[in-house]
Design a protein around this ligand. Structure first.
Ligand SMILES: NC(=O)CC[C@H](N)C(=O)O
Length: 313
């Protein structure tokens, strides 16, 4: 993939923002977590953090939003660090072809979720981080990891969003209880879900999220030099993002954008350009699959104009 000069990339990011800004408000803001429905549907931000050290932003790129399922990338990296391949006994690595909160495969597949990015899989991943820890410590570990990756200690949990999901997360409670019945949840449901709801309620801006995801574009290393995960693990997390990061729309995202990506119902998407950059977009309106409608379009346009794709130059 061709490295772009900083001014070229600036112009491309500005251009994508300007071309799509008239469509702000597209899609439907998630309201099954009532607090998420309070966000301004016109919000639209873009940030590109490059392995060369630039952070290029447009629109609302510095405004914090609820990262929701994008958090699952970071908890997966932590859980693989803790359990290595042992994690794969509890969660699979196949696309589910079902919605993010679906329960149907769990019965046929004996409480082993298809992958770590659907809710059931992410709940298992979070449960694995609780081993030997109190919920507060597990959440602290997740937050410290994000502070370290983004080099920014101001990242916090939006407590109103966490409370809102805690009060209404009946489907996640069903998923967690169901997996507990199969012995694939090792802690009391309310403890595991307490951590899960809080990790989803972490608020970050596009700029912070792009910086935090950059290790996945940089062979598992911080651009300042420290190692986060091995090169092989970074590749594998990217592979899972590509195949499973957008639930039953993962195929469509790969076709349209051609990059590993992870979405969240807060309207954020983190996409990885191996060797080049991490991109974060945010627009709260979702498409029918629960992925940011305008965010996906922004990534599609940016990938087209930069020539960035994991499928060839
Ligand atoms: N797709 C998402 O972002 C879902 C995350 C949300 N916290 C949930 O569990 O429903």
């Amino acid at each position: 993939m061709t490295p772009l000069s900083t001014p070229d990339l600036h112009a491309l990011v500005e251009g994508v923002y300007a071309d799509l800004a008239p469509f702000r408000g597209e899609g439907a803001v998630a309201d099954y977590i009532p607090q998420l429905a309070r966000v301004d549907p016109q919000s639209f931000g873009l940030a590109v953090a490059t392995t060369g050290g630039d952070v290029i932003t447009a629109g609302d790129a510095l405004a914090p939003f609820s990262i929701q399922s994008v958090s699952k990338v970071f908890t997966l990296a932590l859980a693989l660090g803790k359990w290595g391949d042992g994690l794969w006994k509890r969660v699979g690595r196949e696309p589910s072809g079902t919605a993010f909160n679906s329960i149907v495969q769990l019965e046929q597949e004996k409480g082993i979720p298809r992958n770590p990015f659907i809710n059931a899989g992410a709940i298992v991943v979070t449960d694995s981080l609780l081993a030997g820890h109190q919920p507060r410590e597990a959440l602290g570990e997740i937050l410290r990891f994000l502070h370290f990756l983004a080099d920014d200690e101001s990242i916090v949990v939006d407590q109103a969003v966490a409370r809102s999901e805690q009060a209404t997360g009946f489907r996640n409670q069903a998923l967690a209880n169901y997996m507990r019945a199969f012995g694939n949840l090792h802690h009391p449901v309310d403890l595991t879900l307490g951590v899960y709801f809080h990790q989803c309620a972490i608020a970050m801006s596009c700029a912070q999220l792009a910086k935090a995801g950059l290790f996945l574009a940089n062979a598992g290393r911080l651009i300042t030099g420290g190692s986060v995960v091995s090169r092989e693990r970074a590749r594998r997390i990217n592979a899972l993002m590509l195949t499973c990061g957008h639930y039953d729309a993962s195929g469509d995202f790969a076709y349209r954008v051609g990059l590993p990506g992870k979405s969240g119902v807060g309207g954020g998407i983190l996409a990885i350009v191996p060797g080049q950059a991490a991109i974060a977009v945010w627009s709260p309106g979702l498409n029918a699959n629960g992925n940011s409608a305008l965010g996906t379009r922004a990534l599609e346009l940016l990938a087209q104009r930069t020539g960035w794709s994991v499928f060839g130059g």
